[in-house]
Write a protein that binds this ligand. Structure first.
Ligand code: DX5
Ligand code: ZN
Length: 221
């Protein structure tokens, strides 16, 4: 399967959001990653479902919505209505994980669970069979432009192994500090979806950067 690049609009120019989304779609991006922060689970506040709804109108790509918020069960419906195709909650923010996963799937989206750098893969063992995606955080969530934390690599490898052993097909996504140097490492470890915010949107030539990413992450075939 071809690996997917998911640019995070967190680092985009919000004054021209529609054009910034079209730009990455035309260059070959596979998902549009939307980082939702609430100022409680993480220190920063970003945007809510209104912007997700606006993003939906600007692209035919799946919207990959990453909720870094406390009590996500209270907000699932509004993000589903806004057009989230993949809805990912942070493991650390959820009490009734099984229920939340089912709520997302019943709402018609794919369900993802994200784990922080300090959260072990093992804690997902009871839900791997019912989720569509695991998001391995390679920074502590809260800000774009942070440095890659290397323990993500062995977590990705472990998930890829478990997926094989258990005969499952959830996607493995990685998010934080992904650039042209770290991308080949996480791709080789088994990541299927690579999120990149600042490395894409802060680059001098966004189209060229995306093409370089795709070349590097798919060169193993
Ligand atoms: C981290 C967010 C990421 C982040 C990625 O809190 O979940 O999606 O914006 O940004 P870069 O690629 O700049 O690390
Ligand atoms: Zn994210």
């Amino acid at each position: 399967m071809k690996k997917i690049l998911a640019p995070s609009i967190l680092s985009a120019d919000f004054g021209n959001l529609s054009d910034q989304i079209k730009l990455v779609q035309n260059a070959g991006a596979g998902f549009i990653h939307c980082d939702i922060m609430d100022g409680r689970f993480v220190p920063n506040i970003t945007f809510g479902s209104l912007i997700v709804e606006a993003a939906k109108k600007s692209t035919t790509l799946p919207l990959d919505v990453h909720l870094m918020i406390v009590e996500p069960h209270l907000h699932l419906d509004s993000f589903l209505k806004a057009g989230a195709d993949i809805l990912t909650v942070q493991f650390e923010a959820v009490t009734h994980l099984d229920r939340v996963i089912n709520q997302i799937k019943e709402g018609g989206a794919k369900a993802g669970v994200a784990i922080n750098p300090g959260t072990p893969v093992d804690l997902l063992s009871e839900v791997l069979e019912i989720i569509d995606l695991v998001l391995v955080m390679s920074v502590n969530p809260g800000f774009g432009g942070q440095k890659f934390i290397p323990n993500a690599v062995k977590k990705i490898e472990k998930l890829a192994e478990l997926r094989d052993e258990m005969g499952l097909n959830f996607m493995i996504e990685v998010d934080g500090g992904i650039n042209l140097q770290t991308a080949p490492i996480v791709a080789a470890a088994g990541a299927d979806v690579l999120v990149a915010g600042s490395a894409v949107y802060n680059s001098a030539n966004v189209t060229e950067t995306i093409k370089n990413f795709l070349k590097i992450i798919n060169h193993r075939g």
